[in-house]
Ligand binder design. Sequence first.
Ligand SMILES: [Ca+2]
Ligand SMILES: [Ca+2]
Length: 239
Amino acid sequence: MQLALLRLERNPNVLIKSKSATYIGYLQRREGVLQSEALKKVSDRHRNHMADLQTVLIAQQAHITRLQNDSKSSELDLQNLLAEQKKIIDSLKERVAQLEERIKDTGSPTTCPAGYQQFQRTCYRFSTDQKPYSEARDTCHGEGGRLATVKTNWTHDFLANHVRATTHANTWIGLSDVETEGVWVWDDGTLLAGEGMWGTGEPNGGTMENCVHIYADKDYRWNDNLCPRSYYYICEVLA
Ligand SMILES: [Ca+2]
Ligand SMILES: [Ca+2]
């Protein structure tokens, strides 16, 4: 102490310089510490941030895996649903087929009157005698029916094929324009719908030809002809 005081007395600047240097050294060390503490904080924050990110990534990966699993299970559900729907459709198809069979059974007559044969829901009789149109019509009405009404192509084919295979001759059906020329009316009172099954060039008889028959000479299609002519005829009765 004595020595220090002596030094201060002799040269006060030396002591001040020495103290200053000591203090600067301290400040520099302190700064170093602070800097390293700041760096550590930044580094810690960074590390925490990285850890958070990693947690988020893991969570997202888990979510993706869950979605993939869900997707697989959805696909499986869809396949099961489709399989079930196919079963239902098959069962419905079968049911429809059964109902159609039942309708066919109940909608068709089990037996036609003697001499008649069944096609779809109608019984037909192909005459073995030949008569003028009006007498043929009266005969059919007397049997509880009428001259055949031919309202579908397949009915025409059935009747025409029968004639083609048996008598090969002209055969009256129940169609006439006797009331009003050119207005063709079936024997059940309904009008001819559509073009009809006329042979080539028919009908061509005007007011002279008012009654229609299956025409052997024109591929068993239809012809208007003179009503008094005697031809075979077809009666029908409904089931
Ligand atoms: Ca006519
Ligand atoms: Ca004609």
